[in-house]
Design a protein around this ligand. Structure first.
Ligand code: NAD
Length: 306
């Protein structure tokens, strides 16, 4: 299968590219390297250093003729979207439309798009399922949702099969400390460097941490099933930030007393997504226990593996 991965040099994208290559796919990557790195890319993928909004994207898709696109490239940080909502919308909305339009012209059959739990905003109930109202609390949440709507529109208009995966807090090797689910990456780095971990608020806020390998298997499943679906990709379990630090101390064998800072304005108290629909539609389930995923993440950082 010929697949084009946007954002393939990033954290999640590079794991997706590696798995697609392992499965025998012919993979091309479009990435402007704004937060990704060429070092993340496994050998064997064709690479185009191109901005998602660039008109030349169409020529790339016409040349590569992918059967499917996995669309991960994005401005991925909610704080940046608050500071510069126009930039966020340019990348996440205009960039997505440019990609969809290029995909249409190149005859792409399916687009798998990674959206975010940020579209839900402050949960009205837990776990949040896909019927929960969409009430983003950041321009990032709004732009990720707008791209979902465009994807569905392209399916209705042109028959391109679209699958939206709303990811919870993803963690794993190669994650930058700045991303959405960055707390695992931040704690790992702080523990390894012998620094004092910082917790914002009382640490009892919960998140749904899903391991990157489980996200990859969901993306691979979505290349085969789930046309027209919007699916949460999550574990359905909440872990508090205090508990996360305790687990990481166990895994790393490093003890460090956390300092507590004032809660950050706008931080959601609890975020847990239900993966039931993805389980039914994709025959997918998260395979990693948190402690095992954390062990792999910490070991990769410690050994300097990419
Ligand atoms: N990490 C998470 O916890 C999480 C949670 C929910 C959703 N997501 C979504 O998953 C996707 C991947 O996120 P990630 O965590 O791997 O982030 P990342 O920053 O590691 O990856 C994004 C990639 O897109 C590239 N990119 C950014 N702007 C671009 C542009 N204009 N043109 C071309 N390439 C561009 C970056 O260089 C980078 O390689 C994003 O769409 C993000 O919104 C991530």
């Amino acid at each position: 299968m010929r697949i084009l991965v946007s954002g393939g040099a990033g954290f999640i994208g590079s794991h997706v590219v590696a798995s697609l290559l392992e499965a025998g796919g012919r993979v091309s990557v479009v990435d402007d390297l704004s937060s990704g790195s060429r070092d993340n890319l496994p050998p064997g993928a064709a690479f185009y250093e191109t901005d998602l909004t660039d008109p030349s994207l169409t020529e790339i898709l016409l040349r590569e003729k992918p059967e499917a696109v996995v669309h991960l490239a994005a401005q991925p940080a909610a704080p940046r979207s608050l500071a510069d909502p126009c930039f966020d919308a340019t990348v996440n909305i205009t960039g997505t439309v440019n990609l969809l339009e290029s995909a249409r012209r190149a005859g792409v059959r399916r687009v798998v798009y990674t959206s975010s739990a940020a579209v839900y905003g402050d949960p009205l109930y837990l776990p949040v399922d896909e019927a929960h109202p969409v009430q983003p609390l950041s321009p990032y949440g709004a732009s990720k949702y707008a791209a979902e709507v465009y994807l569905a529109t392209y399916q209705r208009l042109y028959g391109i099969e679209g699958v939206t995966l709303r990811l919870a807090n993803v963690y794993g090797p190669r994650q930058d400390d700045a991303g959405e689910g960055g707390v695992v990456a931040v704690f790992c780095r702080q523990l390894l460097a012998g620094e004092t971990p910082e917790i914002f608020g009382d640490g009892e806020q919960t998140r749904d941490f899903v391991y990157v390998a489980d996200v990859v298997s969901a993306v691979l499943a979505a290349l085969r099933a789930g046309a027209g679906e919007v699916l949460n990709i999550a574990t359905g379990e909440g872990t508090s930030v205090n508990e996360l630090l305790r687990l990481l101390q166990q895994v790393s064998g490093r003890k460090a007393q956390a300092v507590y800072r004032p809660a950050r304005p706008g931080d959601i108290r609890h975020s847990i997504l239900s993966p039931q629909r993805a389980k039914a539609v994709l025959s997918w389930a998260p395979g990693y226990r948190l402690a095992d995923g954390l062990r792999e993440t910490y070991a990769a950082l410690e050994s300097g593996r990419r």
